[in-house]
Design a binder for this molecule. Structure first.
Ligand SMILES: [Zn+2]
Ligand SMILES: [Zn+2]
Ligand SMILES: [Zn+2]
Ligand SMILES: [Zn+2]
Length: 152
C-alpha cells in the first residue's frame, strides 16, 4: 500500500500559438478548420506577393482553405470534389495538401506525372511558382522570362 497522492495540477490552459509558425501574438481562428493562426492578413498588403501572412497562406495555398472557399462539405482530406477539381493538376493537389502552410498533411498522396516545360522540356515544380500557363501548355520560369520579359 503506497501513499496515494493526487497531484492537483491547476487546469492551466496552454497559451494559444499559431499552428503554423508557433507565435503567440495576435491570433485568430481559421475559418476553414478552426485552428489558431496569426491574425496577420493585414501584413500582406505591405509586401505584395510575399508569403508572410500565416492566415493568408493557409487560406490561399492549402487544400483545406480551398475546400472551405469552394463550399465543399466534409473533410478536405477525403473530398472527392477537391480531387476532381485538381484532376488535371494533381501536382498542385499534392503541393496544396503537403506544403508548410498545412496544419495536417495529407499522407495518402496520389501519383502524378511531372509537369514539363512545353518549350525546353525541363521539369517545372508547380509549387515553386514563376511558371506560366497557356491553355494546355506550361512554360518554365526561364522560358516565360525569355519570351515575355514583362510577364512578372
Ligand atoms: Zn484550414
Ligand atoms: Zn503564424
Ligand atoms: Zn473539397
Ligand atoms: Zn522552359
Amino acid at each position: 500500500m503506497g501513499t496515494h497522492k493526487t497531484t492537483k495540477a491547476k487546469p492551466r490552459r496552454p497559451r494559444a500559438r499559431c499552428g503554423l509558425c508557433g507565435k503567440t501574438g495576435k491570433l485568430t481562428r481559421t475559418e476553414c478548420c478552426g485552428q489558431w493562426i496569426c491574425d496577420d492578413e493585414h501584413k500582406y498588403k505591405l509586401f505584395s506577393y510575399a508569403h508572410n501572412s500565416c492566415s493568408r497562406n493557409h487560406r490561399r495555398y492549402t487544400l483545406c482553405g480551398y475546400h472551405h472557399n469552394e463550399g465543399h462539405a466534409g473533410d478536405w482530406k477525403t473530398c472527392e470534389k477537391c480531387k476532381k477539381d485538381f484532376e488535371d493538376e494533381v501536382e498542385m493537389y499534392v503541393h496544396y495538401s503537403t506544403n508548410e502552410y498545412n496544419f495536417e498533411k495529407l499522407d495518402n498522396l496520389p501519383d502524378y506525372e511531372p509537369t514539363l516545360c512545353s518549350k525546353c522540356k525541363k521539369v517545372i515544380v508547380l509549387g515553386d511558382g514563376g511558371y506560366s500557363q497557356r491553355g494546355d501548355e506550361y512554360w518554365c520560369p526561364k522560358c516565360t522570362a525569355a519570351e515575355f520579359p514583362n510577364a512578372f
